[in-house]
Design a protein around this ligand. Sequence first.
Ligand SMILES: NC(=O)C1=CN([C@@H]2O[C@H](COP(=O)(O)OP(=O)(O)OC[C@H]3O[C@@H](n4cnc5c(N)ncnc54)[C@H](O)[C@@H]3O)[C@@H](O)[C@H]2O)C=CC1
Ligand SMILES: Cc1cc2nc3c(=O)[nH]c(=O)nc-3n(C[C@H](O)[C@H](O)[C@H](O)COP(=O)(O)O)c2cc1C
Length: 162
Amino acid sequence: MIEKQIFRDAMSCLGAAVNIVTTDGPAGRAGFTASAVCSVTDDPPTLLVCLNRSASVWPIFNRNEALCVNTLAAGHEALSNLFGGKTAMTERFSAARWRNGATGCPQLEGAIVSFDCRISQVVSVGTHDILFCELVALERNDESHGLVWFDRGYHQLMRPAC
Ligand SMILES: NC(=O)C1=CN([C@@H]2O[C@H](COP(=O)(O)OP(=O)(O)OC[C@H]3O[C@@H](n4cnc5c(N)ncnc54)[C@H](O)[C@@H]3O)[C@@H](O)[C@H]2O)C=CC1
Ligand SMILES: Cc1cc2nc3c(=O)[nH]c(=O)nc-3n(C[C@H](O)[C@H](O)[C@H](O)COP(=O)(O)O)c2cc1C
């Protein structure tokens, strides 16, 4: 069996978009930073998000059954750290501006793209739940530069024409 640390060191070589995944509903509002997000199928348009079941936000996502994947732009590094740390939920949300999407989940103003989704299926693997998320609506912002998590640090990605 490969050790956990060796696996993590290897995974740190995979660059990934950084996202703030939010929810709102009967269990209240919550959000966390996630790099474990990817496309599953375009028919029906579906993404997946991997969420550690030991995270404080897990019961809230589990009950609300809706979420919004807000893909972060260059300049969102501090916000990403806030949602990725052990900070109070009010402190996380007061650091940025939000609007409510079709599902009622918070959409980050200035996100490169926001995928507003209903959680269609949940599969538990090891420590994590894989949340399959069917797209309800989306909002794009084609002007901001990108942000990637690679080698345990943030890297800005510039659009070619800018
Ligand atoms: N999938 C996840 O749950 C992820 C969790 N994190 C958390 O953010 C913090 C900082 O992470 P890094 O600076 O990248 O250093 P790190 O050494 O904790 O992680 C390196 C890489 O391993 C993977 N990874 C880390 N924790 C994991 C987990 N519990 N389950 C599955 N994959 C995991 C991710 O791809 C991560 O970028 C850590 O507390 C880490 O656990 C970060 C990225 C993904
Ligand atoms: C760059 C980055 C990426 C992360 N990606 C994930 C992820 O994909 N899945 C996950 O469960 N936690 C991920 N985390 C950790 C959560 O954001 C973190 O556990 C949570 O916000 C804080 O947990 P707490 O609410 O229990 O304090 C990531 C953290 C950082 C900084």
